[in-house]
Design a protein around this ligand. Sequence first.
Ligand SMILES: NC(=O)c1ccc[n+]([C@@H]2O[C@H](COP(=O)([O-])OP(=O)(O)OC[C@H]3O[C@@H](n4cnc5c(N)ncnc54)[C@H](O)[C@@H]3O)[C@@H](O)[C@H]2O)c1
Length: 321
Amino acid sequence: MEKPRTILVTGGAGFIGSHVARRLGELGHTVIIVDNLNDYYDPTLKQARLDTLLADTPHIFYQVDIADEATMRNVFESHKIDQICHQAAQAGVRYAAQAPLVYEHSNMRGTLVLLELAREFVVENIVMASSSSVYGDAAHYPVKETDITDQPISLYAATKRATELMAHSYHHLYNLPITCLRYFTVYGPWGRPDMAFFSFTKAALEGKPIDVFGQGKLSRDFTYIDDIVEGIVRALEVRPPWAILNLGRGKAEPLMSMIECVERAAGKTLTKNFVDMQPGDVRETWADISQARKLLGWEPKVNLDEGIPKFVEWYRECYGI
Ligand SMILES: NC(=O)c1ccc[n+]([C@@H]2O[C@H](COP(=O)([O-])OP(=O)(O)OC[C@H]3O[C@@H](n4cnc5c(N)ncnc54)[C@H](O)[C@@H]3O)[C@@H](O)[C@H]2O)c1
């Protein structure tokens, strides 16, 4: 059993961060959350995660912008932070074309502020969120961590790759143990409203049509939230000196299969408008997860046909449908 630590969870009001914070609290750790509760999507959902999902998890919450160095320094001065679980970021491939400077601010400056404070206050290790988007339109699948990642096709991907590179320099210069986890399309209860599984479920339950991008020919490696949380917790415990690891289900599923799962779980047939791909989107994602298996002893367990009904059930309950 791990000795209880004080763990800083950035983006702890977000989808993944709130689930991780809950799990870390259940494991007996002291959880410090920072999140700026920005309005990229409905902040009441972020507040509800803190109030409901984290209701039984003792935690200390600071509404802080991670790029605000002075205020973040106060957090480090107020608590002896042992480990950092860095989930805060401006997510979303499409919004990056509208608001590029937000990505620079939160993903690049925000991560750099954290790395600096981690060095200065000598934390044990950092586990940080990266993304499958760093692979761009890959030449072959499944993608491995050693594959090419210097041809991003969205600014979001470019900033996520930049955070990995900054992290490596801090690992090298200051001997900071860091693990960067490349998540593949994460879904589940308390999920993000800008993601397809969420908007398709909403449309199904409201009887509205959906736009299916890429003419329905895209495929994704869909990863259930509990599997991601397990991977993050293991990375915090194993503390590799330096690692970049894919966390995915390890299967490419056609987007249409996800839509069918939503239809079955919602008991509705969706009206679909088939439209072209959006700039920045990739055709396929599919993770080779052998490294995470080997290093973390991690094995994802939940398939789409088990995971999507759990999401739809949460959605009905949360929105009173
Ligand atoms: N959900 C996915 O499928 C997925 C896939 C790949 C990578 N990721 C990465 O995982 C991490 C978590 O993503 P998520 O899906 O939970 O997104 P999310 O938007 O729900 O969570 C991110 C949280 O960070 C906060 N935040 C953003 N900028 C901030 C700043 N400057 N200061 C403080 N807080 C800030 C937001 O308010 C939000 O609560 C992100 O780093 C994201 O890039 C997610």
